[in-house]
Design a protein around this ligand. Structure first.
Ligand code: SAH
Length: 220
């Protein structure tokens, strides 16, 4: 991926954002991956000018692309390497997917909304990502046909940790997931499965995500 042929104003804003992420201590490998992903290509034209501000942006259908510093923190928590198979729940516009694809071996991404999934697939292909497989489905169920995974990232908030996702995590694997209700506050959890299959849960930071919907309805 190259940012050399983009509008110089976009390039300057991108450089500023990436310097901010480094200054905040986001892992160097993760920042290097974020530098290679042109965030302005993932957002609607009317918000492209804000693509390199550290803010969430609307991507249509009342969904949002997370702010870059949060994308960085969540990605860092997964401790990815070139051997990892990663499951993402909530493809959205595919921005987080692209960053995972820069760092892992293979990315599997599940999205409930067919139009978002198709647009993301077209965009990722155009940008040259070949190690991404996407499908339309209810991410609460994970992707059993492609399991197990070294890492799982959920980008919509669930009322509880979906048991199918825990089951699809390899021993030694990591999952990041926002859990809680919009009004009571949500917490980003890091769940680690040890070699014997036991899980340990840590709290990362308070967050605010759109809800994970099951069968098209908010899940209570
Ligand atoms: N990672 C995305 C963030 C999208 S917001 C990005 O970078 O753009 C959360 C996404 O989760 C939305 O696209 C929403 O449609 C999707 N979603 C909500 N409930 C879901 C479910 N049960 N299964 C899969 N995707 C879901």
């Amino acid at each position: 991926m190259s940012m050399t042929d983009v509008d110089p104003r976009i390039r300057t804003a991108a450089q500023r954002l990436h310097a901010q992420l480094s200054a905040r201590g986001v892992d160097r490998g993760v920042v290097a991956a974020m530098v290679r992903v042109p965030r302005h290509e993932f957002v609607p034209a009317d918000v492209q000018a804000s693509a390199y501000e550290d803010v969430p942006l609307p991507i249509g259908l009342e969904q949002t692309i997370s702010q870059p510093s949060l994308v960085g923190k969540m990605t860092e928590a997964l401790r990815l390497n070139r051997m990892c198979r990663v499951l993402e729940i909530g493809t959205g516009c595919g921005y987080q997917t692209a960053i995972l694809a820069e760092l892992a071996s293979q990315v599997y991404s599940v999205e409930l909304e067919e139009t978002l999934s198709i647009d993301a697939r077209v965009r990722l292909r155009r940008l040259g990502y070949r190690n991404v497989e996407a499908c339309v489905g209810d991410g609460y169920q994970g992707w059993p046909e492609r399991a197990p995974f070294d890492a799982i990232i959920v980008t919509a908030s669930a009322p509880h940790v979906p048991p199918p996702l825990v089951a699809q995590l390899k021993p030694g694997g990591r999952m990041v997931i926002p859990v809680g209700h919009v009004l009571d506050g949500q917490e980003l959890l890091l769940i680690e499965k040890d070699a014997s299959g036991r899980t340990r849960t840590g709290h990362v930071i308070p967050v605010r995500f759109v809800p994970l919907r099951r069968g098209g309805e908010p899940d209570e």
